[in-house]
Design a protein around this ligand. Structure first.
Ligand code: SF4
Length: 391
């Protein structure tokens, strides 16, 4: 399918992207941009020469919300004859001060609405998309440019007390295997030997369609013998529920990467996060999975400086990090409107810096490239490599 390029200024679009580090977001935005390109639009280099402005947003932290709103302000300063399309999680987050008038808001689950807003010869449903556009995505932990991605679900069955993603995306919506398997076959035809399954929580897969992740994986590996699968976020409680199924998949060497975001080593903090699993049991499963799949890279995320977290509870998270091949320490910050934002007391700023420094020293002692400390998602480099000024 070759794009029909239209030289009319009416077919020029300008891109403002405040969400480059989230794989599901980059996937959906790549697909949206491909929709415009395949329907005759060109990417303009000057905002004033374009009639459509695409803004991709993120709501994972207040910093990312601020960056997304700043991008939106730039778009709104150039509204003359222009249509502004807001994509990403901000588009569906209940945010009273967003001001939606004059915007076309297309949330992560609403991409099909592009068909109703823009004349097209190729529907958004028929836009192929398996590789994140390198200009729209900055790879994070465990992922590289050029990976072959398959979106399996959006939304989540959990209710973590700090999470804006759940507030934006809501309940899980899964792709049926009949939509996923052909993408695996197509990838194999192209010579792909590793597939990255994308979801806000892979462990939520199938909740809405009477399936689960292990059942999906068993179907997928049945398609061929010579490929492996990378699994983004798998909610830790799922390990307890489906341990033997996951263990078999790792033992068979079919999972190359598995991210289990345990978030804290403290049971009390996990309770406040509304993440319902026994950390000791999860870690026992992680040890056994690593024995079963020595060639699987097993990763985690740890959210530090959560409200009321003591130094000892922070150190418990540091000890948990030893159980994983790769670890990201993420600094907690309040998301307005979440239950966690109301928790008191907050960790005082000097103690926050002390803990981020301790985590940085720990990460910098590990094998290079096997971890990072992220204080601010807008920063160009992790905290353990380059401190943001005033940080
Ligand atoms: S599991 Fe992840 S996406 Fe789901 S509510 Fe918790 S933090 Fe949010």
């Amino acid at each position: 399918m070759s794009p029909t390029v239209n030289d009319s200024p009416d077919y020029r679009m300008f891109i403002l992207n405040a969400s480059k580090r989230c794989e599901p977001s980059a996937f959906l935005f790549t697909k949206a941009v491909n929709f415009f390109l395949l329907n005759g639009y060109r990417i303009g280099s000057a905002i004033d020469d374009c009639t459509v402005i695409l803004v991709n947003s993120c709501c994972v932290t207040e910093d990312k919300i601020a960056a997304s709103l700043a991008a939106l302000e730039i778009a709104r300063a150039h509204t003359d004859r222009k249509r502004i399309v807001l994509f990403g999680c901000l588009a569906s987050l209940p945010l009273p001060h967003l001001g939606r008038e004059g915007l076309i808001c297309i949330g992560p689950k609403d991409l099909d609405a592009l068909d109703t807003h823009f004349p097209h010869h190729t529907s958004i449903r028929d836009i192929p998309c398996n590789r994140l556009h390198p200009a729209l995505y900055e790879p994070g932990q465990g992922l590289r440019h050029g990976e072959y991605c398959v979106l399996i679900a959006q939304g989540c069955v959990n209710q973590c007390s700090y999470c804006n993603v759940k507030r934006s995306k809501g309940a899980v919506r899964s792709e049926p295997p009949s939509a996923i398997v052909p993408q695996i076959r197509q990838g194999l035809f192209l010579g792909v030997d590793e597939f990255t399954l994308l979801a806000d929580d892979c462990a939520s897969y199938g909740n809405d369609i009477g399936l689960d992740l292990v059942q999906l994986l068993e179907q997928l590996i049945g398609v061929g013998d010579d490929f492996r699968i990378k699994l983004g976020y798998v909610f830790p409680a799922y390990l307890l529920k489906r341990f033997s199924g996951l263990e078999s998949l790792l033992r068979a060497g079919r999972v190359s990467y598995l991210n289990i975001p345990v978030q804290s080593g403290s049971q009390r903090i996990l309770h406040l996060m509304n993440r319902q699993y026994a950390i000791d049991r999860v870690l026992e499963c992680v040890r056994r999975l690593r024995e079963a799949g020595p060639h699987t890279t097993v990763c985690t995320h740890l959210l530090v400086n959560f409200p009321t977290e003591s130094r000892e509870e922070f150190l418990a998270s540091l000890r948990v990090a030893d159980e994983f091949d790769e670890v990201l320490f993420l600094h907690y910050s309040d998301n307005r409107g979440t239950a966690a934002a109301d928790l008191q007391p907050k960790v005082p700023p000097p103690e926050i810096r002390r803990r981020l420094d301790i985590a940085s020293e720990y990460i910098n002692r590990r094998k290079p490239g096997h971890g990072a400390v992220i204080k601010d998602f807008n920063c160009q480099a992790p905290y353990n490599i380059r401190r943001p000024s005033g940080g």
